[in-house]
Design a protein around this ligand. Structure first.
Ligand code: DMJ
Length: 615
């Protein structure tokens, strides 16, 4: 239950329906004119309207708002030399493809007009709820009007050429199979239920379509991309009258729209993203500035989760890349100001050697006492976004974030890292009540090796590289040890020789939800080192997914990875299967390891790529 104070009530502006004074006398004057006079006036007004209609698009084409660094950042691939100093080909005895440096992404070609920035502007103060909601609603109306103009943009699909090898072709075939099932049975709904041939709605925002936009774009699946793009344009209604989760909608929907915008340059996505950003803003109106977890996008009411007064720490700290990106491309600092406030608040809280409890209270702005410390559920992406925000801002600002990241990884090494007694697997456990070590690791934690390697290539210490390499091995074993060659949701480790095997799985934890974290790490390892061993590991896992999760109408999560003869399909394909998993597989198998250049783009937590800026 949540208390009364957990809700922010925001009145909606009323509509004035009074008839304007003077309307009657206008009509009388019109009636007094001769027919000829009336016809002349009608012809002149019609002519003016036609001229105006022809003129408006040409003005819009010339608009260029704001920070050029950001507005210029849509992708065009042009062959230029690799200027990188961060060559890691030495680690793991990495092999490198001869031609892989020949393709880089040129960020300096083309400038996007960002002509919705002013009308899509968010409000100036996150503290004044009523003013905020009224402004938001006004602005949302303006943005909606602009969307009609922006819709004339033609998506540019020429930059990504599609698969170049059999593995990539297999991934595209998987994407097409998943998409076909979704389109047939769940079109416009959040998720596909591939076995019952139905759909599942969580927020009512067509999650799978929005999450998949940039995946379809990168794979050059033009027909599917255009279907998705047109659905977003015509049918994605952001004023859904239900509570949505700020974090999930930010990483999947806002991130999906922004990612699609950066790749395609299609302003319709920016229009939608700006409207969504505005509708999410009431979540920041808590007394502490730590956002509420839930917000109703129609009524602009925000509140804590129904089940608790607290928000998850990872959720309030995993919206920063998206809101900063939105501010940079709209040239409106409102969004970035709100997330900077969270950064500062969390930075100033007391931590255990950089490690954070997994719950935080939006009203008090304090961590929950004695909450678990984990790099799995509810903790994971706090650590991910400390590094990635610093990377996003060109490593020039937000020094306290990278200091917090370094402190946190030191804390991980000191308190959470252990090695199993027999096979010497390195893993990351949890601290229950903030102090009692538990040898449990979520599959979610397998994002960490990729993030650590990204940090290392950006100047973090060598200890991060070693931990990354060790964790890669352990995460791979989480797959390899199962009959299906698929990882479970959670594994436990042999702490003091009390179990027969060093890695074991409890039956309640044996499900696989098609989560992408380890494939994400494989992608980082391949992309940053060029070592094709990681591609081979990924290929083995890809085939296991094909074997055990592919069904007639899509892909399904399964209940049991331990028994190849009884996997217990669960009938759910979450949006991150198309949004993340298949995108990372496709990029992992690319002949060009820099198909997306990690020196120029940073992926959000849902695999949507944003340009790296200068500050
Ligand atoms: C995704 O929505 C994101 O990767 C998120 O950060 C964690 N959970 C899922 C995938 O497992």
């Amino acid at each position: 239950m949540h208390g009364k104070n957990d809700h922010i009530f925001v009145p909606i502006a009323s509509t004035d329906t009074n008839v304007a004074p003077g309307k009657k006398s206008c009509r009388r004057y019109w009636n007094q004119l001769s027919r000829l006079q009336r016809n002349i006036i009608i012809v002149v007004i019609s002519g003016l309207c036609i001229i105006l209609l022809l003129w408006i698009p040409s003005i819009q084409g010339n608009n260029d708002y704001g920070d050029k660094e950001y507005s210029a950042n849509h992708i065009q691939i042009t062959p230029i030399r690799d200027q990188s100093n961060n060559d890691l080909t030495a680690i793991d005895g990495g092999k490198r493809n001869k031609n892989e440096d020949d393709n880089e992404i040129d960020l300096n070609n083309g400038i996007l007009g960002v002509d919705v920035a002013e009308n899509g502007k968010a409000v100036n103060s996150v503290d004044s709820n009523n003013v905020m909601a009224n402004n938001v609603i006004d602005n949302v109306e303006n943005v909606r009007n602009n969307a009609i103009d922006a819709a004339v943009d033609v998506p540019k699909l020429k930059e990504f050429k599609g698969p170049t090898n059999d593995r990539q072709r297999a991934v595209v075939a998987a994407a097409r199979h998943a998409w076909t099932g979704y389109k047939k049975f769940a079109w416009g709904h959040d998720n596909l239920k591939p076995i019952s041939m139905g759909s599942h709605d969580w927020f009512g925002l067509g999650l799978t379509i929005v999450d998949a936009l940039d995946t379809l774009y990168i794979m050059n699946m033009q027909e599917e991309y255009e279907d998705a793009r047109n659905w977003v344009d015509l049918y994605l209604k952001l004023d859904v009258n239900r509570d949505i989760n700020l974090f999930e909608v930010t990483i999947r929907v806002l991130g999906g729209l922004l990612g699609a915008y950066h790749l395609s340059g299609d302003k319709m996505f920016l229009t939608k993203a700006t409207e969504l950003g505005n509708r999410l803003m009431p979540a920041f109106s808590s007394p502490s500035g730590i956002p509420y977890s839930d917000v109703n996008l129609a009524t602009m009411v925000a509140h804590s989760p129904k089940w608790s007064p607290d928000s998850s720490t990872s959720e309030v700290t995993t919206i920063q890349l998206e809101f900063r990106d939105l501010s940079r491309i709209t040239n409106d600092p409102t969004f970035e100001n709100a997330i900077n406030k969270i950064n500062e608040k969390v930075h100033n809280l007391e931590k255990k050697n950089g490690l954070v409890p997994i719950f935080i209270n939006a009203n008090t702005g304090m961590f929950r006492n004695f909450a678990t410390i984990s790099l799995g559920a509810r903790g994971d992406s706090y650590y991910e976004y400390l590094l990635k925000q610093w990377v996003q801002t060109g490593k020039k600002t937000n020094d306290f974030l990278i200091e917090d990241y370094i402190a946190a990884i030191d804390g991980v090494i000191e308190h959470l890292v252990r090695r199993t007694p027999n096979e010497k697997y390195v893993y990351i456990g949890e601290l229950i009540n903030g102090k009692d070590f538990k040898p449990k690791m979520d599959h979610l934690t397998c994002f960490l090796p990729g993030t650590l390697l990204l940090g290392y290539t950006n100047g973090m210490p060598e200890s991060h590289l070693h931990l990354a390499q060790d964790l890669m091995e352990t995460c791979y074993q989480m797959y390899a040890k199962q009959q299906t060659f698929l990882a479970p949701e959670i594994v436990y480790f042999n702490l003091n020789g009390e179990s027969e095997t060093d890695i074991y799985v409890k039956s309640n934890d044996a499900h696989n939800l098609l989560r992408p974290e380890f494939i994400e790490s494989l992608y980082y390892f391949y992309s940053l080192t060029g070592n094709t061993t990681y591609q081979d590991m990924g290929w083995t896992i890809f085939n296991a997914f094909e074997k055990y999760t592919k069904v007639k109408n899509g892909y399904t999560s399964i209940g049991n990875v331990k028994n190849a003869l009884n996997t217990r399909p669960r009938d759910m394909m979450e949006s991150f299967y198309l949004g993340e998993m298949l995108k990372y597989f496709y990029l992992l198998f690319s002949d060009d390891r820099k198909e997306i250049d990690l020196e120029k783009f940073v992926f959000n937590s849902e695999a949507h790529a944003f340009p790296i800026g200068n500050n």
